[in-house]
Design a protein. Sequence first.
Length: 217
Amino acid sequence: MWCPKCKSEYRDGITVCAECSTPLVKTLPVEVDVSPAQQKVNTLNRIDGRENLQALSDGNKAYVQMHTKYEDMKSTAYSFILVGAAGIILLVLIFTGMIPLEFAAYMKSMMGIVMGGMFFIFLLIGIRSYMQLGTLRQQVQTELANTDQAKNWFFENFSAKSVDVSTEVREDDPMQQKYFNRSRFMKQRLQEQFPKYGEAFLDYLTEQFYEELFPQD
């Protein structure tokens, strides 16, 4: 048995999908391939209001700001260094007798090898992550500089009105169509001016600039 909605398969005897409460069928209907253009239209129809530009892109990964990557890496570095160092110190205190624990000799040896190796690996991961912070810090500065450069250029050359004139957007156009036309135009202009910028970064910039130009949307 199959769910016609989520395409989940069930054994015989089950009549309703546990995920979406849809009645099951014995066979799934043959699906007709949808053209890319129709897929884009379907996407627009599903979007309620202005959504992230990523929903309208061609499958590019969402851009993650370098500042976020830097903070994540810093948190990883400090956490692993702290756990690794604390674990090694704890083992040293146990094996030197400063923390009295009664274990058989073979148990102590096994604990020392297994846990010692694990804490040592934690420490290495933390140190390696910490060493990468310098590079990420530089990338954060580069990202800020690139963002400022793109922003200064774009807002010197375009305004909300000029974007709407260039894209022939009208007041009575659906919100989805306005957003798609404006975003596509803005991204194309940025791509022409800054061809070395990555696709995901251009999507990110377009989204940020769109929010400033059309906050009422």
